[in-house]
Design a binder for this molecule. Structure first.
Ligand code: NAD
Length: 358
């Protein structure tokens, strides 16, 4: 085995159906007295249950959340947090709720207890993001890593299929890219491959029966492992492309993932024979083509497979939009296992636009 150095991230994890009931005890464990509770419309009923558990410890309820954490929203929430003299944040919801909690931790240096209800994985990373205008600024700071995470699959049962599928592919992409992204090591690869296995075996079941708690639990477990994989490695070609597409056209964050992932992997596969062999095994096709297996999983899970079907701020994405995106991505992608050009990226995006099986 090759030598390696690994900064393992600290966090307390409480996992299981019904564990929402333990938020109060976990807040007490953190020693918090003045909690800010962040939720969104979709998680308001669960937030109500948390309010009941916090009782006198609730200092501020905040239910305005937006994708990519707009700066003006973060500033308003920070002002309210200062006035309420908060000493901890509890957030319940998807990556957008967690993202706002991270903005609070960044400014107020308070611990976060996160209750994720999608598969985005932000609760396992030190990455934060804030958006002003059309520019998203991201950074890393250990202070934004949630101190406690409660994973309760019951909270994900109401997640609609059009969020569940792409969000699960967002998680899958974290694990897949962790196999080769800078920061990778044998521990992160082991976690990532188990994440792929868990998502691969549970996602079609969840899409067929959204209230199957066992399948939801396995999917959430896969997303948790994928979040660790992302949090301790970094992102690569696939995420950079999704980031550029999302930023330029204001796509829903998770939607680009299921479309791009098979094509990004098909492009990089020739440079990563050992990693791709392990990925193929984890995707249930030992000796087979992992890019095709990812595409087949996308089709089986009824998630988007064509860029042409995605809607941005100017309506459906157009073929003419692709050269600009390829140019921007080429400027951003400085490290990749296989050397690439702007023309390579345009070719990849065109194949993703048509939704061809790689
Ligand atoms: P999201 O938080 O915007 O949620 C997507 C939709 O699902 C929303 O409409 C939300 O209301 C709804 N929803 C959430 N939970 C629900 C539930 N239990 N039932 C019904 N509906 C529910 O989207 P997301 O994909 O979870 O997160 C995306 C954001 O997270 C982006 O801003 C992205 O950049 C960020 N992100 C950050 C990191 C990181 O490490 N910092 C990692 C991944 C994603």
């Amino acid at each position: 085995m090759n030598p390696f150095t690994y900064d393992q991230l600290p966090a307390r994890i409480v996992f299981g159906a019904g564990k929402l009931a333990e938020v109060g005890a976990e807040v007490e464990r953190l020693g918090a007295q003045r909690v800010m509770l962040i939720s969104d419309q979709a998680t308001s009923m669960s937030a109500e249950k948390i309010r009941g558990q916090l009782q006198g410890r609730l200092a501020l309820g905040w239910d305005e959340v937006a994708q990519h954490v707009p700066v003006d929203l973060a500033e308003r929430a920070r002002t309210a947090a200062t006035e309420a003299r908060i000493d901890a944040v509890v957030c319940i919801g998807g990556g957008s709720s967690t993202g706002l909690a991270k903005a609070m931790a960044l400014s107020h240096e308070v611990p976060i207890l996160a209750v994720p209800t999608t598969y985005a994985g932000s609760e396992q990373t030190t990455i934060y993001g804030l958006t002003g205008g059309r520019h998203k600024q991201t950074g890393k700071n250990p202070v934004v890593l949630p101190r406690t995470v409660i994973y309760d699959p019951e909270l994900t049962v109401g997640l609609p299929p059009n969020v569940t599928g792409p969000s699960a592919f967002n998680a899958l992409a974290h694990s897949v890219e962790a196999l080769y992204a800078p920061g990778n090591n044998p521990v992160t690869s082991a976690l990532a491959l188990e994440g792929v296995r868990a998502i691969h075996r549970s996602l079609p079941r969840v899409m067929a029966a959204p209230d199957d708690i066992d399948a939801r639990g396995t999917l959430l477990f896969g997303a948790y492992l994928s979040g660790i994989a992302l949090g301790t490695t970094s992102t690569g070609l696939h995420h950079k492309l999704c980031h550029v597409l999302g930023g330029r056209f204001n796509l829903v964050h998770a939607d680009a993932h299921s479309v791009i992932l098979p094509h990004a992997i098909a492009f990089n596969a020739p440079a990563l024979p050992a990693e791709m062999a392990r990925l193929a095994e984890a995707l249930g096709v030992p000796g087979g083509d992992p890019a095709a297996a990812l595409w087949d999983l996308a089709v089986a899970s009824k998630v988007p497979t064509r860029l042409a079907d995605l809607t941005g701020h100017d309506g459906l994405l157009k073929r003419d939009d692709l050269p600009g995106a390829a140019h921007a991505a080429a400027e951003e992608i400085t490290v990749n296992p296989r050397p690439l050009t702007e023309a390579d990226l345009l070719g990849l995006l065109e194949r993703a636009y048509e939704g061809e099986r790689p």
